[in-house]
Design a protein around this ligand. Structure first.
Ligand code: ZN
Length: 150
């Protein structure tokens, strides 16, 4: 009787340990940004690149807990390598964010270079990615801002 109970206890423990990882599994490994934009690598505070419906660009800033913080000394320019020619977007402060004065060129699939400066005389950092406005089937973000691990 005592042995049976021990086997039963062991069996229950085994089941519990097998069931746990399945529940804890989470597909989204990347940080999901609050406004659905692209988180720019190695920026401090975290900068989020968002393409608005009118194709202007907004850069939002977040601390390590992804709480919004106001832009201070940071500045950004965006180079768009569109098929019909290059365009350079300048930004101005609007509230807590940086907002582009002009719009991204028409089209899709061209390269974008974000030049990020921490301070006015700081060393510029270039962040490159491809513009892809298609919606990702998994995370429902635009592909340029996809938060899935693929
Ligand atoms: Zn995705």
């Amino acid at each position: 009787m005592k042995t049976n109970l021990r086997i039963l206890t062991l069996a229950v423990a085994l089941c519990a340990s097998l069931a746990l990882p399945a529940i804890a599994q989470d597909k989204h490994e990347h940080k999901v940004t609050p406004k659905g934009g692209r988180l720019l690598d190695k920026t401090e505070p975290h900068a989020e690149f968002v393409i608005e419906k009118d194709r202007t660009v907004t850069i939002n800033f977040y601390n390590h807990d992804m709480k919004p913080v106001a832009v201070t000394t940071q500045s950004v320019t965006v180079q768009a390598d569109a098929k019909d020619g290059k365009a350079k977007l300048e930004f101005e402060k609007k509230g807590d964010a940086l907002v582009s004065k002009t719009k991204l060129p028409e089209g899709d699939g061209y390269n974008i270079v974000v030049q990020f400066r921490q301070t006015a005389d700081g060393k510029p950092m270039n962040i490159r990615f491809k513009l892809d406005m298609n919606t990702c089937g998994e995370c429902k973000h635009a592909e340029y801002a996809c938060s899935c691990a693929h």
